[in-house]
Design a protein around this ligand. Structure first.
Ligand SMILES: Cc1cc2nc3c(=O)[nH]c(=O)nc-3n(C[C@H](O)[C@H](O)[C@H](O)COP(=O)(O)O)c2cc1C
Length: 340
Protein backbone atom coordinates (compact mmCIF):
# COMPACT_ATOMS: atom_id res chain seq x y z
CA UNK A 1 0.00 0.00 0.00
CA UNK A 2 2.71 2.51 1.02
CA UNK A 3 5.05 1.88 -1.89
CA UNK A 4 2.39 1.57 -4.58
CA UNK A 5 0.02 4.33 -3.49
CA UNK A 6 1.28 6.65 -0.76
CA UNK A 7 4.96 7.03 -1.65
CA UNK A 8 4.46 8.04 -5.31
CA UNK A 9 2.28 10.93 -4.13
CA UNK A 10 4.53 12.00 -1.24
CA UNK A 11 7.66 11.88 -3.41
CA UNK A 12 6.20 14.49 -5.76
CA UNK A 13 6.63 17.17 -3.08
CA UNK A 14 9.52 18.82 -1.24
CA UNK A 15 10.97 16.29 1.27
CA UNK A 16 10.88 18.58 4.30
CA UNK A 17 7.29 19.68 3.58
CA UNK A 18 6.32 16.01 3.23
CA UNK A 19 7.97 15.33 6.59
CA UNK A 20 5.77 17.89 8.38
CA UNK A 21 2.68 16.84 6.41
CA UNK A 22 3.17 13.19 7.40
CA UNK A 23 3.63 14.27 11.01
CA UNK A 24 0.35 16.15 11.09
CA UNK A 25 -1.49 13.26 9.39
CA UNK A 26 -0.18 10.71 11.87
CA UNK A 27 -0.89 13.04 14.78
CA UNK A 28 -4.34 14.30 13.82
CA UNK A 29 -5.82 11.38 11.87
CA UNK A 30 -4.74 8.21 13.68
CA UNK A 31 -7.67 6.31 12.13
CA UNK A 32 -5.94 6.68 8.72
CA UNK A 33 -3.00 4.72 10.12
CA UNK A 34 -5.41 2.00 11.23
CA UNK A 35 -7.15 2.01 7.85
CA UNK A 36 -4.15 1.97 5.54
CA UNK A 37 -1.33 0.33 7.46
CA UNK A 38 -0.90 -3.23 8.67
CA UNK A 39 -1.28 -4.06 12.37
CA UNK A 40 2.06 -4.21 14.17
CA UNK A 41 3.28 -7.65 15.17
CA UNK A 42 3.30 -8.31 18.90
CA UNK A 43 5.07 -11.50 19.95
CA UNK A 44 6.99 -12.47 23.07
CA UNK A 45 9.74 -14.00 20.93
CA UNK A 46 10.59 -10.53 19.56
CA UNK A 47 11.31 -9.12 23.00
CA UNK A 48 14.91 -8.26 23.81
CA UNK A 49 16.69 -7.28 26.99
CA UNK A 50 19.60 -4.96 26.29
CA UNK A 51 21.42 -2.53 28.65
CA UNK A 52 19.02 -3.76 31.33
CA UNK A 53 16.03 -2.41 29.35
CA UNK A 54 13.19 -4.48 27.96
CA UNK A 55 12.36 -3.80 24.29
CA UNK A 56 9.08 -5.12 22.84
CA UNK A 57 10.94 -5.79 19.58
CA UNK A 58 14.44 -4.91 18.31
CA UNK A 59 13.39 -2.47 15.54
CA UNK A 60 13.66 1.17 16.60
CA UNK A 61 13.25 4.54 14.94
CA UNK A 62 16.57 6.35 14.53
CA UNK A 63 17.23 9.89 15.76
CA UNK A 64 16.32 12.88 13.62
CA UNK A 65 12.82 11.86 12.61
CA UNK A 66 11.01 12.87 15.82
CA UNK A 67 13.50 15.49 16.96
CA UNK A 68 11.06 17.27 19.29
CA UNK A 69 9.29 14.26 20.83
CA UNK A 70 6.02 15.13 19.14
CA UNK A 71 5.07 11.77 17.67
CA UNK A 72 6.63 8.98 19.77
CA UNK A 73 3.25 7.54 20.76
CA UNK A 74 2.00 7.29 17.16
CA UNK A 75 5.36 5.91 15.97
CA UNK A 76 5.28 3.26 18.66
CA UNK A 77 1.76 2.36 17.48
CA UNK A 78 3.19 1.77 13.99
CA UNK A 79 5.22 -1.07 15.52
CA UNK A 80 8.59 0.41 16.49
CA UNK A 81 10.06 -1.29 19.55
CA UNK A 82 11.60 2.00 20.67
CA UNK A 83 11.83 5.61 19.51
CA UNK A 84 14.91 7.81 19.71
CA UNK A 85 14.07 11.49 19.98
CA UNK A 86 16.44 14.39 19.20
CA UNK A 87 19.08 15.40 18.56
CA UNK A 88 18.10 17.93 21.22
CA UNK A 89 20.21 20.92 22.20
CA UNK A 90 19.87 23.07 25.36
CA UNK A 91 18.34 25.99 23.47
CA UNK A 92 16.04 25.74 20.47
CA UNK A 93 17.72 26.61 17.15
CA UNK A 94 16.46 26.91 13.57
CA UNK A 95 19.12 24.72 11.91
CA UNK A 96 20.62 25.46 8.52
CA UNK A 97 19.02 27.45 5.79
CA UNK A 98 16.44 25.65 3.62
CA UNK A 99 16.61 23.74 1.25
CA UNK A 100 18.50 21.23 3.40
CA UNK A 101 16.93 17.82 2.75
CA UNK A 102 17.33 16.00 -0.58
CA UNK A 103 16.05 12.70 -1.96
CA UNK A 104 18.43 10.67 -4.11
CA UNK A 105 15.77 8.41 -5.62
CA UNK A 106 18.00 6.44 -8.00
CA UNK A 107 20.23 5.58 -5.03
CA UNK A 108 17.46 4.97 -2.44
CA UNK A 109 19.21 7.58 -0.32
CA UNK A 110 18.86 10.95 1.37
CA UNK A 111 21.30 13.80 1.89
CA UNK A 112 20.52 16.09 4.81
CA UNK A 113 22.16 19.14 6.26
CA UNK A 114 19.42 19.97 8.78
CA UNK A 115 21.92 21.18 11.42
CA UNK A 116 20.14 20.12 14.62
CA UNK A 117 16.98 22.15 14.02
CA UNK A 118 14.99 21.60 17.21
CA UNK A 119 12.81 23.40 19.73
CA UNK A 120 15.25 22.83 22.59
CA UNK A 121 15.29 20.33 25.41
CA UNK A 122 12.62 22.01 27.59
CA UNK A 123 9.89 21.71 24.94
CA UNK A 124 10.66 18.01 24.51
CA UNK A 125 10.58 17.44 28.28
CA UNK A 126 7.06 18.89 28.49
CA UNK A 127 5.86 16.42 25.85
CA UNK A 128 7.71 13.47 27.34
CA UNK A 129 5.93 14.03 30.65
CA UNK A 130 2.83 12.61 28.95
CA UNK A 131 4.59 9.41 27.86
CA UNK A 132 2.96 6.32 29.27
CA UNK A 133 4.89 3.34 28.01
CA UNK A 134 7.00 4.07 24.92
CA UNK A 135 10.66 3.16 25.36
CA UNK A 136 12.48 6.39 24.56
CA UNK A 137 16.10 7.15 23.72
CA UNK A 138 17.21 10.74 24.27
CA UNK A 139 19.75 11.83 21.68
CA UNK A 140 21.67 14.94 22.81
CA UNK A 141 24.02 17.43 21.17
CA UNK A 142 25.35 20.95 21.45
CA UNK A 143 24.03 24.26 20.14
CA UNK A 144 25.70 25.59 17.00
CA UNK A 145 26.84 28.75 18.80
CA UNK A 146 28.53 26.82 21.62
CA UNK A 147 32.27 26.48 20.97
CA UNK A 148 33.71 22.96 21.27
CA UNK A 149 35.65 23.97 24.42
CA UNK A 150 32.30 24.52 26.16
CA UNK A 151 30.43 21.65 24.53
CA UNK A 152 30.49 19.44 27.64
CA UNK A 153 28.22 21.94 29.35
CA UNK A 154 25.54 21.65 26.64
CA UNK A 155 25.52 17.86 26.93
CA UNK A 156 25.34 18.14 30.74
CA UNK A 157 22.30 20.44 30.54
CA UNK A 158 20.44 18.09 28.18
CA UNK A 159 21.41 15.05 30.24
CA UNK A 160 20.17 16.55 33.49
CA UNK A 161 16.88 17.86 32.08
CA UNK A 162 15.99 14.70 30.17
CA UNK A 163 17.12 12.27 32.85
CA UNK A 164 13.71 11.53 34.41
CA UNK A 165 11.98 11.17 31.04
CA UNK A 166 14.10 8.93 28.81
CA UNK A 167 15.18 5.30 29.12
CA UNK A 168 18.63 5.63 27.55
CA UNK A 169 20.87 8.45 26.33
CA UNK A 170 22.77 8.91 23.08
CA UNK A 171 25.71 11.27 22.91
CA UNK A 172 25.80 12.53 19.36
CA UNK A 173 29.22 13.73 18.26
CA UNK A 174 28.93 12.39 14.75
CA UNK A 175 26.60 14.70 12.84
CA UNK A 176 28.40 16.28 9.88
CA UNK A 177 26.09 19.31 9.92
CA UNK A 178 27.24 21.19 13.03
CA UNK A 179 30.61 22.82 12.33
CA UNK A 180 33.51 20.98 14.09
CA UNK A 181 31.19 18.65 16.02
CA UNK A 182 32.94 15.55 14.73
CA UNK A 183 36.21 16.75 16.30
CA UNK A 184 34.63 15.74 19.60
CA UNK A 185 35.09 12.14 18.45
CA UNK A 186 38.86 12.50 19.04
CA UNK A 187 40.20 10.49 21.95
CA UNK A 188 40.85 13.24 24.47
CA UNK A 189 37.70 15.38 24.18
CA UNK A 190 35.53 12.28 23.84
CA UNK A 191 36.96 10.63 26.96
CA UNK A 192 36.37 13.84 28.85
CA UNK A 193 32.80 14.27 27.57
CA UNK A 194 31.71 10.68 28.20
CA UNK A 195 33.59 10.50 31.50
CA UNK A 196 31.80 13.61 32.79
CA UNK A 197 28.36 12.36 31.76
CA UNK A 198 28.99 8.88 33.16
CA UNK A 199 30.14 10.43 36.44
CA UNK A 200 26.86 12.38 36.67
CA UNK A 201 25.03 9.20 35.77
CA UNK A 202 26.59 7.00 38.45
CA UNK A 203 25.73 9.59 41.08
CA UNK A 204 22.02 8.99 40.36
CA UNK A 205 20.03 6.46 42.35
CA UNK A 206 19.18 4.59 39.13
CA UNK A 207 21.73 5.31 36.40
CA UNK A 208 20.60 5.05 32.77
CA UNK A 209 22.46 3.54 29.81
CA UNK A 210 24.57 6.09 27.94
CA UNK A 211 25.47 5.25 24.33
CA UNK A 212 27.83 6.93 21.92
CA UNK A 213 26.72 7.50 18.31
CA UNK A 214 29.59 7.36 15.84
CA UNK A 215 30.22 8.27 12.22
CA UNK A 216 30.81 5.60 9.58
CA UNK A 217 33.81 7.56 8.32
CA UNK A 218 36.15 6.70 11.20
CA UNK A 219 39.34 4.80 10.39
CA UNK A 220 40.16 1.42 11.96
CA UNK A 221 42.54 3.15 14.39
CA UNK A 222 39.82 5.60 15.41
CA UNK A 223 37.39 2.70 15.91
CA UNK A 224 39.95 0.97 18.13
CA UNK A 225 40.16 4.21 20.14
CA UNK A 226 36.36 4.17 20.45
CA UNK A 227 36.50 0.66 21.93
CA UNK A 228 39.09 1.83 24.49
CA UNK A 229 37.03 4.88 25.39
CA UNK A 230 33.80 2.90 25.84
CA UNK A 231 35.63 0.49 28.14
CA UNK A 232 37.47 3.22 30.04
CA UNK A 233 34.44 5.42 30.64
CA UNK A 234 32.19 2.38 31.22
CA UNK A 235 29.35 3.74 29.10
CA UNK A 236 26.73 1.18 28.05
CA UNK A 237 27.36 0.88 24.31
CA UNK A 238 27.56 2.35 20.82
CA UNK A 239 25.18 3.32 18.02
CA UNK A 240 26.76 2.64 14.65
CA UNK A 241 26.34 4.62 12.48
CA UNK A 242 25.35 8.18 11.69
CA UNK A 243 25.32 9.53 8.10
CA UNK A 244 28.41 9.51 5.89
CA UNK A 245 30.38 12.20 4.07
CA UNK A 246 31.32 9.67 1.38
CA UNK A 247 29.74 10.09 -2.06
CA UNK A 248 30.97 6.84 -3.59
CA UNK A 249 28.94 5.24 -6.36
CA UNK A 250 26.01 7.67 -6.46
CA UNK A 251 23.89 8.29 -9.57
CA UNK A 252 21.21 10.80 -8.55
CA UNK A 253 21.28 14.43 -9.60
CA UNK A 254 21.43 15.58 -5.96
CA UNK A 255 24.59 13.60 -5.26
CA UNK A 256 26.78 16.68 -4.83
CA UNK A 257 24.64 18.38 -2.18
CA UNK A 258 26.51 19.02 1.05
CA UNK A 259 25.53 17.11 4.17
CA UNK A 260 25.23 13.59 5.50
CA UNK A 261 24.29 10.73 3.20
CA UNK A 262 21.98 7.98 4.48
CA UNK A 263 20.17 4.99 3.01
CA UNK A 264 21.25 2.20 0.68
CA UNK A 265 24.75 3.52 -0.09
CA UNK A 266 25.48 3.32 3.66
CA UNK A 267 24.30 -0.26 4.25
CA UNK A 268 27.61 -2.01 3.70
CA UNK A 269 29.87 0.43 5.52
CA UNK A 270 27.72 0.67 8.64
CA UNK A 271 27.56 -3.15 8.85
CA UNK A 272 31.37 -3.25 8.50
CA UNK A 273 31.71 -0.81 11.41
CA UNK A 274 29.37 -2.93 13.56
CA UNK A 275 31.32 -6.09 12.75
CA UNK A 276 34.67 -4.42 13.45
CA UNK A 277 33.55 -3.04 16.83
CA UNK A 278 31.94 -6.31 17.83
CA UNK A 279 34.88 -8.51 16.87
CA UNK A 280 37.69 -6.25 18.09
CA UNK A 281 35.98 -5.64 21.43
CA UNK A 282 35.08 -9.30 21.90
CA UNK A 283 31.45 -8.25 22.18
CA UNK A 284 32.33 -6.22 25.27
CA UNK A 285 29.31 -3.90 24.89
CA UNK A 286 25.98 -3.85 23.01
CA UNK A 287 25.70 -2.08 19.65
CA UNK A 288 22.61 -0.57 18.04
CA UNK A 289 23.00 -1.01 14.28
CA UNK A 290 21.72 1.70 11.95
CA UNK A 291 22.49 2.71 8.38
CA UNK A 292 20.82 1.68 5.15
CA UNK A 293 18.40 -0.94 6.43
CA UNK A 294 15.84 -1.22 3.61
CA UNK A 295 14.99 -4.93 3.79
CA UNK A 296 14.67 -7.66 6.41
CA UNK A 297 17.91 -9.10 5.01
CA UNK A 298 19.76 -5.82 5.71
CA UNK A 299 18.51 -5.94 9.29
CA UNK A 300 19.51 -9.57 9.82
CA UNK A 301 22.99 -8.82 8.44
CA UNK A 302 23.45 -6.09 11.05
CA UNK A 303 22.26 -8.40 13.84
CA UNK A 304 24.55 -11.16 12.60
CA UNK A 305 27.44 -8.68 12.49
CA UNK A 306 26.99 -8.05 16.20
CA UNK A 307 24.15 -5.57 16.69
CA UNK A 308 21.71 -6.27 19.53
CA UNK A 309 19.08 -3.86 18.24
CA UNK A 310 18.59 -1.96 14.98
CA UNK A 311 17.14 1.38 13.90
CA UNK A 312 15.59 2.74 10.69
CA UNK A 313 15.34 6.16 9.15
CA UNK A 314 15.83 6.33 5.38
CA UNK A 315 14.46 2.79 4.88
CA UNK A 316 11.33 3.89 6.72
CA UNK A 317 10.90 6.76 4.23
CA UNK A 318 11.51 4.62 1.14
CA UNK A 319 9.89 1.33 2.16
CA UNK A 320 7.22 2.60 4.56
CA UNK A 321 6.07 1.31 7.93
CA UNK A 322 5.57 -2.18 6.45
CA UNK A 323 9.34 -2.58 6.76
CA UNK A 324 9.03 -2.86 10.56
CA UNK A 325 6.69 -5.84 10.22
CA UNK A 326 8.80 -7.40 7.47
CA UNK A 327 11.85 -7.39 9.74
CA UNK A 328 9.97 -8.70 12.77
CA UNK A 329 8.33 -11.39 10.62
CA UNK A 330 11.74 -12.55 9.44
CA UNK A 331 13.01 -12.61 13.02
CA UNK A 332 10.05 -14.76 14.03
CA UNK A 333 10.75 -17.14 11.16
CA UNK A 334 14.32 -17.48 12.39
CA UNK A 335 13.19 -17.91 16.00
CA UNK A 336 10.90 -20.77 15.04
CA UNK A 337 13.79 -22.50 13.24
CA UNK A 338 15.96 -22.43 16.38
CA UNK A 339 15.90 -25.49 18.63
CA UNK A 340 13.71 -24.89 21.67
C1 LIG B 1 16.84 13.95 7.71
C2 LIG B 1 17.71 13.27 8.71
C3 LIG B 1 17.94 13.86 9.94
C4 LIG B 1 18.76 13.23 10.88
N1 LIG B 1 18.95 13.82 12.09
C5 LIG B 1 19.70 13.19 13.02
C6 LIG B 1 19.87 13.75 14.31
O1 LIG B 1 19.33 14.82 14.63
N2 LIG B 1 20.64 13.09 15.20
C7 LIG B 1 21.25 11.88 14.91
O2 LIG B 1 21.92 11.31 15.76
N3 LIG B 1 21.09 11.32 13.69
C8 LIG B 1 20.33 11.94 12.76
N4 LIG B 1 20.17 11.36 11.54
C9 LIG B 1 20.89 10.10 11.22
C10 LIG B 1 20.00 8.87 11.42
O3 LIG B 1 19.60 8.74 12.76
C11 LIG B 1 20.78 7.59 11.00
O4 LIG B 1 21.87 7.41 11.87
C12 LIG B 1 21.31 7.67 9.57
O5 LIG B 1 20.39 8.33 8.72
C13 LIG B 1 21.62 6.30 8.99
O6 LIG B 1 20.47 5.48 8.98
P1 LIG B 1 19.51 5.32 7.68
O7 LIG B 1 20.39 4.96 6.53
O8 LIG B 1 18.54 4.23 8.08
O9 LIG B 1 18.84 6.61 7.49
C14 LIG B 1 19.36 11.98 10.57
C15 LIG B 1 19.12 11.39 9.34
C16 LIG B 1 18.30 12.01 8.40
C17 LIG B 1 18.06 11.33 7.07
Amino acid sequence: MYKSLIRPILFKFDPEEVHYFTFSMLKNFPFLTKLFLPKPIVDKRLEREVFGLKFKNPVGLAAGFDKNAVLFEELSNLGFGFVEIGTLTPKGQPGNEKTRLFRLKEDSAIINRMGFNNEGVDAAVERLKKNKNVLIGGNIGKNKVTPNEEAVNDYKICFEKLFPYVDYFVVNVSSPNTPNLRELQDKEPLTQLLGTLQQMNTEKANPKPILLKIAPDLSDDQLLDIIDIVKETKIAGVIATNTTLSREGLNSKNKSEMGGLSGKPLTKRSTEVIRFLSEKSNRAFPIIGVGGIHTAKDAIEKLDAGASLIQLYTGFIYEGPELINEINQELLKRASRLPR
